[in-house]
Design a protein around this ligand. Sequence first.
Ligand code: GTP
Ligand code: SPV
Ligand code: MN
Length: 598
Amino acid sequence: MLKNSPTNNEYILSWIGEMAEMCAPDKIVWIDGSEEQTEALRTEACASGEIIKLNQEKLPGCYLHRTAINDVARVEGRTFICTRTKEDAGNINNWMSPDECKEKLTKLYRGSMKGQTMYVIPYSMGIVGSPFAKYGIELTDSIYVVLNMLIMTRVGFDVLYAICDSPDYIKGLHARAQLDEENRYIVHFPEENTIWSVNSGYGGNVLLGKKCFALRIASYLGRHENWMAEHMLILGVEYPNGETKYVCAAFPSACGKTNLAMLIPPEYYSKKGYKVHCVGDDIAWLRVGDDGRLWAVNPENGFFGVAPGTNEKTNPNALHTTLKDTIFTNVVHNTKDNTVWWEGLDKNPPTEAIDWMGRPWDYRKYDKNDKSTCGAHPNSRFTAKATNCPCLSEEFNNPMGVPISAIIFGGRRAKTAPLVYQSTSWQNGAFVGSIMASETTAAASGVVGVVRRDPMAMRPFVGYDMGDYWQHWLNMGKIIPNPPKIFHVNWFRTDGEGNFLWPGFGDNMRVLMWILARCEEKIDARESAIGYLPHPEDICIEGLKNVTLDTVKELLEVDAKSWLEDVENIKAFYEQVGERVPNELYTELEALENRLKK
Ligand code: GTP
Ligand code: SPV
Ligand code: MN
């Protein structure tokens, strides 16, 4: 079956041979990235019902896909890090021994592709041939996965030529099998550069270049190679004088990365000539540059963004990006004009529609307090090309990436965390990242809306022990001569009635401007128990209707009592992370507690 392969690489050919023997597909097809082959696959997937071709006048190149009802988000409980020792995976990750795991999953894979095709996708995370690119091959039985990978990564035979005869690539195997929830596994062998995924068809579980490779495996590689793989957006703020400053921001899943990365500045700033450029919306690979600064690249080539809530006001750039060449997953199908819809798109839900489960949907029964009446799944997504984004940075394809002035952590917290504060050093900043917390969202299966600790927004994505990961952060601080300043933001603070106090979205620019002014030491700040806080009048609220100086004061309040409660929760979390929590972080925690008690 492997005759006429586009590579002679024995490592690749023997691995594919082995996997094909196990999965037993009828044939093997190499994905070359050409438009012809892609179009043929779309046609085939339309014929089988795997995807639906949408109105090509209104949405050229766009398709709709519905996943199985039990398969709509990442499954953290079924995600494993299979290092030789349990200690190396750490207490926060699920662990299985590599041998046990392979034995178990081999049974699930065996014969699973009978009667089907195994697609071989050679792909690159980063620009092919660049010093920071890393290569992978994903084997899958799903055309939907192939079409998504073609958007999200750089796919083609040039990847095989770049790998050449080296064994250095990430081996990914995905089989839908029976989509059996009870036997769904997303497993990683970081010591073997290998990822296995079975019984799922949902994005984060099956697009193996994304969370599995570019975060879990890459974080493991980065630790050994002195770089960092982070769950961060990258954006540039262009000043009226043409200079651009770049920041990275880590927010947990469905907490605003895509929105911040593509923000349109409020009129107050745009009139003066400020612009924002998007380099990435989900993943950043960070390295120390020759100039001693930290540089970031976005290893992806597209956006796998949350659909609900995306509209002309909140994120016009994202909306525009999805108007062509996009795959929509689990949104509402407007059957009247063959387009798509989701909650929060506009106030005109379709009158003839099919919901994300494939059932007729009556918008009149929609009740915003009852998620089961939604037409689109809360974690429904669009897969769209980066190059279709109107605000894509000119540096997007720069293999060296962009120099980072600030790192911003953030969570979804109704209380406790202020709108913004600045850490006092790299070590203190790493501590701020380690104590991040956020209300859970629909991006992962499980209960939504409970506060959980999500350090650096990486809780589900670190491919090794969390304590070691924190140590790696501290170590990196020692090798970056000119490190970015580290901040924390919270767009989600609410008033007594549960309404957001801060308008968010484009207006987050106002906070970014304070952050950048701090980086350039152009503005002073107040020292507080948790770090530097803005003087309330330094957050520009010109042009904002419902925000007064008093609102800003409320947004910046630090309540020692609730912070001390948090400190107790952090202590318990550090204990849970276990023995490898660096002493420096305990020192920081103790110092925070003492300052709060003063
Ligand atoms: P992943 O792709 O899951 O990693 O998520 P993300 O961090 O890119 O999240 P995204 O930007 O897609 O935001 C998800 C949800 O947060 C959407 O429902 C948005 O409407 C909402 N959101 C984003 N930014 C803001 C904000 O500034 N304020 C408020 N109130 N909501 C926001
Ligand atoms: C996230 O959940 O953080 C995502 C979507 O970005 S997924 O690719 O499913 O992980
Ligand atoms: Mn994400």
